[in-house]
Design a protein around this ligand. Sequence first.
Ligand SMILES: C[S@@+](CC[C@H](N)C(=O)[O-])C[C@H]1O[C@@H](n2cnc3c(N)ncnc32)[C@H](O)[C@@H]1O
Length: 345
Amino acid sequence: MANKNLNAAKTAKKDEFYTQLTDIERELQHYWPHFRDKVVLCNCDDPYESNFFKYFALRFNQLGLKKLICTCYNGSPVQGNELMIDFGDFTNDPKKIAYKVEITEVKDLNGDGAVDLSDVQYLLKNDKNVCSILKTGDFRDPECIELLKQADIVVTNPPFSLFREYVAQLIEYKKKFLIIGNQNNITYKEVFPLLMKNQIWLGYKSGDMAFKVPDDYEPKETRFWQDESGQKWRSLGNICWYTNLDHNKRHEEIDLVCRYSSDEYPRYDNYNAINVNRVDDIPCDYNEIMGVPITFLDKYNPEQFEIIGIDRYVEDNPNYGHRFLLKGKEVYARILIRNKHPQTI
Ligand SMILES: C[S@@+](CC[C@H](N)C(=O)[O-])C[C@H]1O[C@@H](n2cnc3c(N)ncnc32)[C@H](O)[C@@H]1O
């Protein structure tokens, strides 16, 4: 058991990127109406550390939530001193136990404007809110799946290394969600078809995001720093939100100002489509298939464009899987799209 926990901790290590409250606030502001009377689950979130828990506890009444459930995984490295157990002989390294916190009532918070450790304890003083131990806290554990079934919307930053499985589970249980992931996940064969069929889409913010990381994370040459308090930080340049909650941005049209010409938009050597290097260069008057960079998805409006496919990932699908070539040179990943209403004059 202890060894299993240690292994879990080892594998979980590279996944300890803690999301900042401001990043959560900036994204969530666009989805407020979805949350009224809903059960929200944050299933990769230690309430004592996670800003997702803080966000929803703080906004519980404002959003009109019915319930907030947060579960903590037992592989999380130790940060605070709460809810710890020692595995005795097996290790001197006490591991956090897995547990869940269920909040159904938030009375006036303690007035300091911040939700901190004392607020979790404060919230738990209310009989309507409970904290109880879980076997593993793993989002795939049957106990956690029962919680998932209860949830209307799942919101978190899940472990980067388990993104495929994580999304597959949300889809299997037909859940609404808003989660953080890497833009590279777009090209996963478990993810892209969902984007293509408009079952999921990107949220508002994409690009750079900074995360607090645990003390034992090794320094890196780039995208790593320590602040005045000694807290370690890492940033990633290709982060985005994945969701199936509707939002206004995906109904905004891209303003197309370029016109098609065969000189400026060459055809691939090995696929019958034109190449477009930048989203801003998409011609307004082209009615056949175009290859565009994956950053297109950030501006994708399903009323304006149809997604036809992608140039990579699916080994066993003859329509995909070959890298596109331009005069013999491989181009970066391309999404294939068609304009639904191209200009005709
Ligand atoms: C990218 S971090 C984000 C943490 C937190 N959600 C946040 O945004 O600050 C992913 C978290 O998932 C936890 N985790 C790793 N494997 C897990 C699993 N199988 N089930 C649930 N949580 C897991 C990690 O311990 C880590 O805390």
